[in-house]
Design a protein around this ligand. Structure first.
Ligand SMILES: Cc1ncc(COP(=O)(O)O)c(C=O)c1O
Length: 381
């Protein structure tokens, strides 16, 4: 089996699963309980929060746990909107955001807010001049992802931070779900960023855990009310085992970054160079440093992405038609459409997303099978 769909989800690390099992079976108390089982659970929870905060270079009280990337995005987008609505009702999200952001913004637009979509260039980067032109006195929130999940384009978070430097009343949110462990933390957690979203299953943690970074002092309405957990910001009994497993996974991923990222880039570059030799290939991801090293999105001209995905699946090679969410819906990649790629061409797109788990022999097997798939689809082309 060759798993090249790591942007959809990663295989949990064995160490992370072991931590989950240990904590779930031995430190099972409810962190809110007064007895010592509760205290033990609460200590693990806070130690995990501190470890994650330290790894990201932020403060412990700036990390709030959630159930994943989607909840993190929903919470920030809606929570900021409701918190700041007395100052204005205009929000801006980029045109290539994940549905977790875009749909949250759309929901707000059905509940009295106005949403503008910041366009991207033909390469897939938010257009700074057009973003600047959308800013208004009643703008309360700007949300731009750090790394695009469909083509890997690294968004100009530093430049947007500068653009917003003299507009402190606008909250700046960054969806960092695809960025963590792939690009340097300081490139997307700038001093100007107020909120950021993360998801554990994208970095070898377990499913059902995420967190947000909320800069100290920045206000957000809670979405879950109840027993007052997470400083009264998100009520529900904490997933202590999942959170401990998340801290473990993050430490491992960050420890490996220095060796893993060049290795991943090498594999990605080799695949790119080989694919580029074929005539009927469109390559949608760029290869410069402005793109994350792990993602390569391409298409075989005239052949729908799902046909290619299933052809590889026959050989137990797992890739995807761009994002996992758009693939089942059969929609072409929203990012490609926003870049101006014609729909027919966008429908050919498939994404491979690599990880340190992968190796060169898998790359070679992938390329061998690619030749077969390419030849098999000759008639369609
Ligand atoms: C950029 C981005 N944001 C948010 C999400 C949603 O994360 P989750 O699956 O943890 O809800 C994803 C998942 O693919 C993503 O790629």
């Amino acid at each position: 089996m060759i798993y090249f769909d790591n942007s959809a989800t990663t295989i949990p690390y064995a160490e992370s699963l072991r931590t989950y099992q240990e904590v779930a079976s031995k430190i099972f108390g409810n962190p809110s309980s007064l007895h010592n089982l509760g205290t033990k659970a609460s200590r693990i929870l806070e130690a995990s929060r501190k470890q994650i905060a330290d790894l990201l270079g932020v403060k412990s009280n700036e990390i709030l746990f959630t159930s994943g990337g989607t909840e993190s995005d929903n919470w920030v987008i809606k929570g900021v909107a409701f918190e700041k609505e007395r100052y204005g009702k205009h929000i801006i999200v980029s045109d290539i955001e994940h549905p977790a952001v875009k749909e949250s913004a759309k929901w707000l637009s059905q509940h009295g807010f106005e949403v503008s979509y910041a366009p991207v260039t033909s390469q897939g980067f938010v257009d700074l001049d057009q973003l600047a032109a959308l800013l208004r006195p009643d703008t309360i929130l700007v949300s731009v992802m750090a790394v695009n999940n469909e083509i890997g384009a690294i968004q100009p978070i530093q430049a947007i931070s500068e653009l917003l430097a003299d507009k402190p009343t606008i909250a700046f949110h960054v969806d960092a779900v695809q960025a963590i462990g792939k690009i340097p933390t300081q490139s997307y957690l700038t001093d100007r960023v107020d909120f950021a979203s993360f998801s554990a299953h994208k970095f070898h943690g377990v499913r059902g855990v995420g967190f947000i970074y909320r800069k100290e002092g920045k206000k957000l309405q809670p979405l879950l009310t109840g027993g007052g957990q997470e400083g009264d910001m998100r009520s529900t009994t904490e997933n202590v085992a999942g959170i401990a497993a998340t801290a473990k996974a993050l430490r491992l991923v960050m420890d490996k970054e220095e060796t893993a990222l060049p290795k991943i880039a090498l594999m990605r570059n080799l695949i790119h160079d080989e694919l580029a030799k074929f005539e009927d290939i469109s390559i949608f991801s760029g290869m410069s440093d402005d793109f994350a090293p792990n993602i390569l999105t391409f298409g075989i001209k005239g052949v729908r992405g799902e046909v290619v995905v299933h052809a590889f699946e026959e050989h137990e090679i797992y890739i995807s038609t761009t994002s996992a969410c758009s693939s089942k819906a059969g929609k072409p990649a929203g990012t490609l459409i926003a870049m101006g790629v014609p729909t027919k061409q966008a429908q050919t797109a498939v994404r491979i997303s690599l990880d340190d788990d992968n190796d060169m022999s898998q790359v070679e097997q992938f390329l061998t099978i690619f030749k077969q798939v390419y030849n098999k689809t000759q008639k369609v082309r």
